[in-house]
Design a protein around this ligand. Structure first.
Ligand SMILES: NC(=O)C1=CN([C@@H]2O[C@H](COP(=O)(O)OP(=O)(O)OC[C@H]3O[C@@H](n4cnc5c(N)ncnc54)[C@H](O)[C@@H]3O)[C@@H](O)[C@H]2O)C=CC1
Ligand SMILES: CC(C)CC(=O)C(=O)O
Ligand SMILES: [Mg+2]
Length: 349
């Protein structure tokens, strides 16, 4: 029997993963669930944001459903003990280097988008974000200069094999979709990005049917709100992908709508599935969180780790159906609660 590890985390994490678990249970898939604390919840309970029991569960599971981590009560802790280290640690320890973040306009959701309906309607992209390199994982430090100024640094670096493997994912995904790949970097300024661009260009002849374009990240941020329909598959580094995917979420209606998969293989392997949002302390505990991103992450889990495309499609159709029926949490301009959104999706199932 397949084992799904549920790591709810902090803030709205437990609220949205509870709805995703309801949906998975309703499908009667013959899977088992095991939950463990992570992030601030784990720090308060066990003194560490990623206790060894939680890491062991993540390793032994067939797939991981993750909520979110981040707790204002931990803001003053040493960086190594902060809740966010748990998600970075899980990604690194388990080698989940490929992060897929699909953003697609769902029927009848144009009113929730910050863009004009005719612009928003065309959105159907996947951001393929490199997840275990870049400035998030480079050498970090603080020092004091000779004249007494405080300095901080975070090294941005990529090795060619790290770029190549994520670029291959991008090219292969583009080949399965609309055959357009936009690689986002800052090669006009950054050495890391020049290497990124070189490696992507070297791969391009292997994928002659894919139209490759390079775009600087500042322009990409602007193009994403000017004409998001031009993006099919986007490949980019850890930092730029983090930022651009939050931006893409508002183009399709809410940060509470975008799921993600963090993988080390296309299919049939353990993966980590989480909404792209954080723990949202400003709305935690109020029943206001939109659970759609977590529920759509559960669909990605079934698709990529449990080889159950049928069940994944059922969940995606149920979410689209509930939204098309007008159920909306406050982030999408409505007044329905987290559990009412979950109820509507279960009813649509
Ligand atoms: N993967 C993870 O666990 C992530 C953790 N974080 C952490 O989360 C904490 C809060 O970070 P923020 O920058 O505020 O980002 P956030 O994504 O938690 O929230 C940003 C804004 O979006 C809203 N929001 C987010 N998810 C929502 C949902 N499902 N439904 C309705 N509204 C939603 C929040 O209320 C807030 O106004 C921090 O500690 C941060 O480090 C942030 C991003 C990802
Ligand atoms: C703790 C952060 C690096 C997580 C994040 O913002 C993300 O992965 O989207
Ligand atoms: Mg983020």
């Amino acid at each position: 029997m397949a084992l799904i590890a549920i790591l709810p985390g902090d803030g709205i994490g437990p609220e949205v993963t509870a709805q995703a678990r309801r949906v998975l249970e309703a499908l009667d898939l013959g899977v088992s669930f095991e939950e463990a604390p992570v992030g601030g919840a784990a720090y308060h309970a066990a003194g560490h944001p990623l206790p060894s029991e939680t890491l062991d569960l993540a390793k032994r599971a067939d797939a991981i459903l993750f909520g979110a981590v981040g707790d204002p009560a931990c803001d003053t802790l040493d960086r190594h003990l902060r809740p966010e280290q748990a998600i970075l640690g899980l990604r690194k320890e388990l080698g989940f280097w490929a992060n897929l973040r699909p953003a697609k306009m769902m029927p009848g959701m144009e009113d929730a988008s910050t863009l004009r309906p005719e612009i928003a309607r065309a959105i159907d992209m996947v951001i393929v974000r490199e997840l275990v390199g870049d400035v998030y994982f480079g050498e970090k430090g603080r020092r004091e200069t000779a004249d007494g100024r405080r300095e901080g640094h975070d090294l941005m670096s990529y090795a060619e094999d790290e770029v190549r493997r994520i670029a291959v994912v991008g090219f292969e995904m583009a080949q399965r979709r609309r055959k357009s790949l936009i690689s986002v970097d800052k090669a006009n300024v950054l050495e890391t990005s020049q290497l990124w661009r070189d490696v992507v260009n070297e791969l391009a002849p292997d994928y002659p049917e894919v139209a490759l374009q390079h775009m600087y990240v500042d322009n990409a941020a602007m193009q994403m709100v000017r004409n998001p329909g031009q993006f099919d598959v986007v490949i980019t580094g850890n930092l730029f992908g983090d930022i651009l995917s939050d931006q893409a979420s508002m183009c399709v209606g809410s940060i509470g709508l975008l799921p993600s998969a963090s993988l080390r293989a296309w299919a049939g392997d353990n993966g980590l599935y989480e909404p792209i949002h954080g723990s949202a302390p400003d709305i935690a505990g109020q029943g206001k969180a939109n659970p759609c991103a977590a529920i759509l992450s559960a669909a990605m889990l079934l698709r990529h780790s449990l080889d159950n495309e049928d069940a994944a499609l059922k969940i995606e159709a149920a979410v689209a159906g509930a939204l098309a029926g007008g159920v909306r949490t406050p982030d999408m301009g409505g007044a329905d609660s987290t559990s009412q959104m979950g109820d509507a999706i279960l009813a649509a199932l």
